[in-house]
Design a protein around this ligand. Structure first.
Ligand code: GLA
Length: 755
């Protein structure tokens, strides 16, 4: 997969991509190409790619010795600002108060196979026959700094993983002010910048705008990747759509403050960079110390947004999320939060669990409110022992009763948080992230624990471990409900470590707690959550195979949230819950059908008062759960396709999930607001159909040719006269198709196929 040509050109190639860079005449690394595979590069090709007999106008030359050579118009692998290139660089290092203009020159390279999965820090992992890594050793001799850049390529994926390590070989400490993880330079600005942005209750909406000269960015300074912006960003060729056109995407395997930015220069060259947000960050590097960046992923597809989403999703499943979760069944969860909020006791929970079991659910999750004396959001975070008022017989007994019902048990924790009204706070007020200022900001009535301090992490783990052992716990919902302000750690202050290291050390502390839990209890399924979708990132997915995408479980809003999220993350990474109508976040009234249709794309769950269901609703849920169980593999791990382009104000969505062999698919069509008197001849193109096969679409025989070229018919909408034929009417329409290949001479019916 990796070829080194003439000792100075590096070609990483598989069946999907080529990534090419070389050693420039100043011994730094220049970028040449990322895109479709180039095959074997001849001497002539290489000369053609490298040749630069000219320079852009108005530039400063790199040195007196290097003639016309300037970094200003060179695509680079790891650019540095200020030595003939005026764009922002990937790394800034200061010595005392003086910026260093670094000159990292090639020293040697090294090839290795495979990537180990190490729980301490999330990164992509792969077996020896699945990936190759090229590590380039660079050095700035004058400043006594070594830099190694790693580039990994994987069998059958259109992605390059990058990370970097710097070592201080000098005597004096230096300060890293900025060290980003991913850089991609493109020789054109003909792209839209796509970001997944929003807020609490409306996370990861797709936003797309045209690139212009200057800088655009999405990032976070909240101590978490955040609800507002996601580390997934993309450059989408201007005319690219769902199924065609070039798309480059970047993501960071990291859950803390990040920055994803794109700068377009005066010649319309585009520089994309992603990494730890340099604002409020710096890292002191003493003699012989090293610092490593989180890993960045750069994806490419020439098959539009579906192409990129297919790559990002599959890659996360195979090389980031623990692979065991691709084989283990994801349980259908019942979560009590929206059914009871804080108002419950063991009796009420057991009744709900029994009702859930009767409907076919598989894992009962006790959400917030089971510990300390927590009857509202104002107390007890940090006191992870059951409230005897709610569990007079003890949590262990309750767990046994759940397990006796043949249900799994899940419990909600918010391990990083502490309430001012808690035993832990009374014992250790110094464990709180809090500046010595007299004022401290509060969010949801709580403070953040100082996870930069290993003893705080240990103490919390000690409490969690007791509960896990006592309950033989199967599932954890790990929440994180407030962001970090006035970041300050007493521990760092005592250790004389600069507070600008806090945010990164905090997130490493979070990872260390995950590592402790998963080392002792590798079978536990952890669901990530952060006040809904405030930390939906690859760092969390490395440990938690699924994440609660948003506190907004309204089916209409979820169309936007799930559509955006699916660009960067797989179907299997969701926790989708069917909740009550009217919805608790929007008060919108939607049908149970629509709520179940939206939630079945990915791991399915329920979060509503089961005691209040009508018999008809119970039947609908039982039937859907039966369908889901029969098609769980397809709905969790199938290949997802958007059939209609998603825009900020889309009124129609069509989602499809099909299996790799293309023999069956589930398709859902959603229309938010009814359209009066619409045409009865509207079709949805189905791009993944095989034209030489015949299919049954909801029992009706249709050829692959017709489906591919014309599509499946949209459901007949009520148009004022078609009272008997209308399949959808009113607002919030939802219609599902089950599509299966028709095998000649078979009856074609399938028990799997009733939605
Ligand atoms: C957060 C989560 C919810 C729920 C509540 C409990 O808001 O996102 O799902 O767990 O906390 O307090």
């Amino acid at each position: 997969m990796i070829e080194v040509i003439n000792g100075n050109v590096f070609h990483l190639q598989n069946n999907r991509i080529s990534y090419v860079f070389y050693i420039m005449k100043n011994d730094q690394l220049g970028h040449l190409y990322f895109g479709n595979p180039l095959g074997r590069l001849s001497e002539m090709d290489i000369r053609y790619l490298i040749e630069r007999n000219n320079k852009s106008g108005g530039t400063v030359k790199f040195s007196q010795e290097d003639g016309m050579f300037t970094l200003a118009d060179q695509a680079q692998e790891y650019p540095v600002y200020g030595s003939s290139d005026f764009k922002e660089g990937a790394i800034d290092v200061f010595h005392e108060n003086e910026p260093w203009y670094l000159d990292f020159k090639f020293v040697r390279y090294h090839l290795s196979k495979g990537k180990e999965r190490q729980l301490a820090v999330p990164s992509a992992y792969a077996a020896a026959d699945e990936s190759e890594t090229l590590t380039i050793q660079l050095s700035d001799e004058e400043h006594r700094l070594d830099l190694s850049l790693s580039f990994s390529i994987f069998t059958d994926f259109a992605v390059i993983a990058k990370n970097q390590q710097i070592v201080n070989r000098g005597q004096d400490p230096v300060r890293i002010q900025k060290m980003l993880s991913g850089v991609l330079e493109l020789p054109s600005a003909d792209y839209d910048f796509l970001q997944l942005s929003g807020a609490w209750l409306k996370e990861r909406h797709i936003k797309r705008r045209k690139l212009e000269q200057g800088t655009v960015s999405a990032g976070s300074l909240k101590g978490a990747s955040g609800h507002q912006h996601n580390p997934f960003i993309a450059l989408v060729e201007k005319n690219a759509d769902n199924n065609k056109g070039n798309v480059y995407a970047a993501n960071l395997i990291y859950s803390g403050n990040f920055l994803g930015q794109v700068e377009v220069d005066e010649w319309d060259n585009t520089r994309l960079m992603i990494g730890i947000n340099p604002a409020y960050f710096s890292w002191e590097l003493n003699a012989d110390e090293s610092f490593s960046t989180p890993e960045a992923l750069l994806f490419f597809s020439d098959q539009g947004l579906n192409g990129i989403s297919n790559q990002t999703g599959r890659f996360a499943e195979k090389h980031i999320i623990d692979r065991k979760w691709s084989n283990e069944i994801r349980p259908i969860v019942f979560n009590n939060w929206e059914a009871t909020y804080f108002d419950f006791d063991q009796k009420k929970l057991l009744a709900l669990a029994k009702a859930g079991k009767d409907l076919g659910m598989e894992c009962f999750v006790i959400d917030d409110g089971w510990f300390g004396k927590r009857d509202n959001a104002k107390s007890s975070l940090g006191d992870w022992y059951a409230d005897p008022k709610k569990f007079p017989d003890g949590l262990g007994k309750f767990a046994r009763q759940i397990h006796e019902m043949k249900l799994q048990l899940g419990i909600w924790f918010e391990p990083e948080m502490i309430s001012p009204d808690s035993d832990l706070y009374r014992l250790h007020p110094e464990w709180v992230v809090k500046h010595p200022y007299s004022r401290a900001s509060v969010g949801r009535g709580q403070f953040v624990l100082d996870f930069a301090d290993p003893k705080v992490v240990d103490a919390i783990y000690g409490q969690l471990k007791k509960v896990i052992l006592d309950t033989q716990l199967d599932y954890i919902k790990w929440d994180m409900n407030r962001n970090i302000t006035e970041a300050y750690s007493n521990y760092l202050s005592q250790k004389k470590i600069d507070q600008t290291e806090f945010f990164h050390r905090y997130i490493l502390g979070v990872y260390s707690l995950y590592a402790k839990i998963l080392t002792d209890f590798p079978e536990i399924l952890i669901e990530g959550c952060a006040g809904g979708g405030g930390r939906y990132d690859l760092g969390i997915l490395f440990y938690s195979p699924q994440i609660w995408p948003s506190d907004d479980s309204d089916a209409v809003e979820r169309l936007k949230i799930q559509s955006g999220t699916l660009l960067g993350y797989p179907l299997s990474s969701f926790s989708n819950h069917v909740s009550a109508s009217p919805n608790h976040q929007t008060e919108r009234i939607t049908s149970l059908k629509m709520r179940q249709d939206v939630a079945m794309f990915g791991p399915l769950g329920y979060e509503l008062n089961l005691a209040a269901l009508s018999d008809h609703e119970k039947e609908e849920i039982t039937a859907r759960i039966a369908f889901y169980k029969n098609n769980r593999q397809l709905l969790t791990f199938g290949t997802f396709y958007q059939l209609i382009e998603v825009k900020e104000d889309s009124n129609e969505y069509a989602w499809a999930v099909f299996n790799e062999e293309k023999t069956e698919a589930v398709i859902a069509f959603f229309r938010i607001l009814a359209k009066p008197n619409s045409s009865v001849q509207e079709f949805l193109k189905v791009p993944f159909i095989c034209t030489d096969r015949t299919y049954l679409v909801n029992g009706q025989t249709v050829s692959g040719q017709v489906l591919k070229n014309i599509g499946i018919r949209k459901p007949y909408q009520f148009n004022g006269v078609n009272h008997d034929q209308a399949e959808v009417k009113g607002d919030f329409q939802s219609y599902t198709y089950y599509l299966k290949e028709k095998i000649p001479n078979s009856s074609g019916g399938s028990s799997n196929g009733k939605i």
